[in-house]
Design a protein around this ligand. Structure first.
Ligand code: ACO
Length: 321
């Protein structure tokens, strides 16, 4: 058994904050942000939580594909900004769309989350009785960011995207490579809990997003090309056979550097970070849906999906669309 993507969908909050808007809130500038990252604006939620965006994506996937909700066996949401510790975002989605026959849970692998979730869902579809899955990346990062910290605040945005996948007889999953680097776990931290030492005087407090940007930059520009090369080897294909490299949209400079290290033309590396900023687990499905909608990705194309981020983690999947 194998699996294929049936449908794609995405959503972003309506409210847009440009770099100039942010420069009124903190000591930054459009020039600094664009030249370092490629980001021009980001979508910011006005009250919508992570599950609200995920439900919208799930509803769109069902509507676009015409698949009845009762035929969904599995719902996986990748997120680093869930509504709550429990229930999972996936369980909320299941309840809201009425997917009675689905198993639902979240995956926590930050910006690699979507690729990890696809790999897990694909594994489920290799076994009976799983036939169809919704795999969604959804993030409201604006609620976990310290808006006083210009070194991280300018980088992130809110959004969600996802795919409906189903079992396939044809070989559509060519290869994959997932690697985790727990020894670098302190390089990206968000929502760290504090345990009180004065029981019962407990107050829940979570740390905001913090990142060693330089370390992550170095990690990404070395580990992402390595992961893509291993996945290609696993798939038994040459990189020249890949039509599109959909990389996690963290920084346009990282994407250009990866293209260079892989000796592949930049045109094969689509970028939409200018519009959304870094939306973590949502960035790849958002980009995928945009390219499919605009006819830039066609059936039969060979796609590399590559994520990297908190954990630290990297993940690459090579598929036939
Ligand atoms: N506006 C203006 N100046 C700023 C800003 C800002 N928003 N932020 C930092 N600066 C200043 C710094 O204070 C510093 O000033 P100094 O030289 O006087 O000390 C200067 O700009 C340079 O700062 P650096 O941090 O060295 O800038 P750098 O060129 O490394 O770029 C960046 C920072 C964009 C964060 C880069 O390191 C990067 O992209 N890293 C990778 C991040 C990433 O990919 N994360 C993805 C994973 S995230 C996840 O998993 C959720």
């Amino acid at each position: 058994k194998n699996w294929r993507i049936v449908e794609t969908a995405s959503v972003a909050p309506q409210q847009i904050e440009t770099n100039d808007d942010l420069s009124k809130l903190m000591d930054t500038s459009d020039e600094w942000i664009q030249s370092r990252t490629g980001i021009k604006q980001r979508h910011i939620s006005n009250g919508e939580n992570t599950s609200d965006l995920a439900v919208k994506v799930a509803t769109r996937l069902l509507k676009k594909s015409g698949v009845p909700v009762g035929d969904i066996d599995l719902i996986i949401v990748a997120t680093m900004s869930p509504d709550s510790y429990t229930p999972s975002v996936a369980a909320i989605v299941q309840g809201q769309i009425g997917a009675r026959n689905a198993v639902a849970f979240d995956i926590s692998a930050a910006c690699s989350g979507f690729v990890y979730a696809l790999a897990v869902a694909g594994g489920f579809l290799m076994q009976d009785p799983f036939h169809r899955a919704l795999v969604i990346g959804s993030e409201i990062l604006s609620k976990i960011i310290d808006w006083q910290d210009r070194t991280t605040a300018v980088l992130f945005g809110d959004g969600a995207g996802g795919v409906l996948i189903e079992e396939a007889r044809e070989n559509c999953l060519y290869g994959q490579d997932l690697v985790s680097f727990g020894e670098l776990s302190d390089k990206i931290v968000a929502g760290k809990t504090k345990v009180a030492t004065d029981f019962p005087g407990r107050v829940t407090s979570l740390s905001p997003f913090s990142m060693d940007g330089r370390a992550v930059y170095k990690f990404a520009t070395h580990q992402v090309p390595a992961s893509i090369k291993r996945a290609a080897q696993d798939a038994g294909i040459e990189l020249n056979q890949v039509d599109h490299f959909l990389l996690h949209q963290a920084n346009a400079r990282i994407i250009r550097q990866v293209a260079k290290r892989l000796d592949q033309p930049l045109e094969k590396f689509p970028i939409n970070i200018n519009e959304y900023g870094n939306t973590s687990a949502a960035s790849e499905p958002l980009l995928l849906d945009e390219l499919v909608t605009h006819g830039k990705i066609k059936r039969g194309d060979t796609l590399v999906l590559a994520g990297f981020g908190g954990g630290l983690t990297t993940g690459t999947i090579i598929i036939k669309y």
